[in-house]
Design a protein around this ligand. Sequence first.
Ligand SMILES: O=C(O)c1ccc[n+]([C@@H]2O[C@H](COP(=O)([O-])O)[C@@H](O)[C@H]2O)c1
Ligand SMILES: Cc1cc2nc[nH]c2cc1C
Length: 354
Amino acid sequence: MLQTIIQTIESPSAAIRTAAQARIDSLAKPLGSLGRLESIAAQVAAISGTITPEARRKCTIVMAADHGIVDEGIACAPQEVTAIQTINMLKNLTGICALSSSSGARVYVVDIGIKAQISHPDLIERKIRPGTANFAQEAAMERHEAEQAVLTGIQMVQERVNKGYNLIGTGEMGIGNTSCSSAIFMALTGASADEAVGKGGGITDEALALKKQVIAAALARHQPDSRDPLDVLAKVGGLDVAGMVGCFLGAAHSKVPVVIDGFISAAAALVACRFNPLVREYLIPSHRSAEPGFTHIMQELKLEPLLHLDMRLGEGTGCPLAFGIVDAALSMLNTMATFDEAMINRDYLVDIRP
Ligand SMILES: O=C(O)c1ccc[n+]([C@@H]2O[C@H](COP(=O)([O-])O)[C@@H](O)[C@H]2O)c1
Ligand SMILES: Cc1cc2nc[nH]c2cc1C
């Protein structure tokens, strides 16, 4: 099932991209003067298969899960904050909720592996297991659980696309998830702990040194196979990250653009691209996370984030900001006059020559 989806992802239309770029070049402005808005408009056109892509219906899918690695004392907050913040998401009180309301986007919250049980009518309950195991001691999860989490992410996107959403954001909530994201990045690329590991939500210098040591030792112990993304996810991954991998694969498979949020989301995007490199064509990176490994992942993916705002909250908070930029880019493509159309306005000129 997963293999079929991965293998049937198609490239966006190169012909439509060229035609959209030609239209953008014909608009009444100096060539290239709307910068990245131009490439984003052409990218969304190519993905949508039309040079006049309709206005976007936007939502962010937040994957919430717990991480056994927090037992090592290397996370920013107590584990229960995952559940508490998930409830706050459902009550519309978190950063992602506040930023989304200002951009007209919905937030969907998925329990893909929270350790606690939450009862709320708006929570999408898809718990694979109540948190991962501590990957410093044993594999984070079974291979079939990692696969199930990826499939869940794919299904979450397919359901939103069926409801009419055509721009998807990826978010997460999981205390300890910068540790597994760093471990995944190191396992896939061979990056060093100094390049890949940062302070996450905020830890002391001593805890950072310990975090690097714990992650390096876990990778030496488990020896995840860099050519097998499911092996990497199972041994040192997280249920939230695996769910987000599914969101990227699902979006590419359904031919909708998908926004990368911060460091955890970027690590998931990297995994998705290892499953199928065509996924990259569907990615829109929102902002540069202050987590140091983020920049290295962008280099690996040959992507450049749109915004530099010193953000490092996660939750999907970069997505609503990127949504606003995509909206603006499509408005340019759909409503701006061409040079020829603009020249008609010569008729309004009054001849003031003596
Ligand atoms: O996305 C980011 O760039 C980002 C960077 C640092 C921390 N976070 C958030 O903080 C939590 C993980 O931090 P930590 O230190 O517990 O691994 C998790 O809930 C993330 O949403 C997110
Ligand atoms: C309060 C809090 C909110 C968060 N949102 C994402 N990660 C978080 C970590 C903490 C600690």
